[in-house]
Design a protein around this ligand. Structure first.
Ligand code: NAP
Length: 305
């Protein structure tokens, strides 16, 4: 694979930035990778483990002469970081991000950027419940989707170059508009996370089943909820605050369906339950056939970080 960008600046050095650094290095996609993070602790760890070629103390130093700048901070922090880096961006650079919400990030970031740079928001649909500079791994994006969300008037060549980077890191790439992205992600990621958080909270509150019983017998479905509910609180707070409308729409529909299933259980309407579960089982098969998960009983996650 050939060098796609001469100097890549990673702003924020957690799971996604770390995985990008390792995936870029694996395929030789970047001439140099420069990184920075808010805390001295994270910068020290990143330097110690050699996550980037150079770890620097400030956003200004990181973006200097970079032809690609990637914002890898929580969605709610993107606007402030964009304002801080804007005066130091090299003309012709591409600025992108990896935020889980797109319309809110575009509204927060775009106003700060000079006309001389290309802004191409992105979202890799890959992650784990782990965070921080030690949590990244080079295979995170392999065979996962990365959605590029170009704003109006995006330069085709700049878009093609970013597409090539993500493909080089192992991802499949699609292009989508921001509003549609946010609705799709509300269904596939944001609402499910909220439901998992709720279920784990309910189990924690339930006095009649002890915590040790919940932990001991969790393999029967609950375990996957706990994995999701262990995700980073800052990141997920920001996702819900910034994808409010789409998440509320999906949760409204979810509540209606839940009430219908509740009624079916109360009335003993087995046909309703059976038909519903038959339909949902087909969706699971579709995900496995699309290569986005495995049919292994532990969802294939057993050995993964
Ligand atoms: P992470 O591991 O928690 O790392 C976040 C990084 O952002 C850290 O370096 C942190 O700095 C920095 N940061 C946090 N708050 C900040 C602030 N207020 N100002 C400046 N920097 C700040 O997070 P991540 O999982 O890589 O997520 C990064 C982005 O990717 C988020 O926008 C998230 O929505 C998106 N994303 C996440 C996943 C996932 O599953 N995790 C998947 C796809 C996309 P310190 O370490 O110094 O605190």
């Amino acid at each position: 694979m050939s060098v796609t960008y001469d100097r890549v600046a990673l702003i924020g050095l957690g799971l996604i930035a770390g995985s990008m650094a390792l995936a870029m290095r694996r395929a030789g996609l970047a001439g140099e990778i420069v990184g920075t993070a808010r805390s001295a602790e994270t910068r020290t760890i990143a330097a110690e483990i050699g996550l980037c070629d150079r770890v620097v103390d400030t956003v200004a130093e990181a973006v200097a002469n970079a032809d690609l700048v990637v914002l890898c901070v929580p969605v709610g922090a993107m606007g402030a970081v964009a304002a801080e880096m804007a005066p130091h961006l090299a003309p012709g650079a591409t600025v992108t991000d990896v935020g889980s919400v797109k319309a809110g990030v575009i509204a927060a970031v775009a106003p700060h950027l000079p006309d001389t740079v290309h802004f191409i928001p992105a979202h890799p649909l890959a992650g784990t419940e782990h965070s921080g500079p030690r949590s990244g791994f080079a295979e995170l994006f392999d065979n996962r989707w990365c959605l590029l969300v170009p704003v109006e008037g995006t330069d085709d060549a700049a878009l093609g170059r970013l597409r090539a980077l993500w493909q080089g890191m192992g991802a499949n790439v699609d292009v989508m508009d921001a509003e549609h992205h946010d609705l799709v992600l509300a269904v596939t990621s944001h609402a499910p996370h909220l439901i998992a958080y709720t279920m784990v909270g309910v189990a924690d509150d339930l006095g009649r089943v002890t915590d040790s019983e919940v932990i001991k017998y969790s393999a029967a479905g609950f375990r996957d909820f706990t994995r999701i509910a262990a995700s980073d609180p800052t990141m997920w707070r920001d996702v819900f605050l910034n994808n409010r409308d789409a998440t509320l729409e999906i949760l409204g529909r979810f509540t209606e369906e839940l009430f219908a299933l509740q009624r079916a259980i109360r009335k003993g309407d087995g046909d309703h339950l059976f038909d519903y579960f038959t339909r949902t089982r087909a969706i699971r098969r579709g995900i496995i056939e699309a290569g986005q998960d495995t049919s292994a009983a532990d969802f294939g996650r057993g050995g993964k970080p």
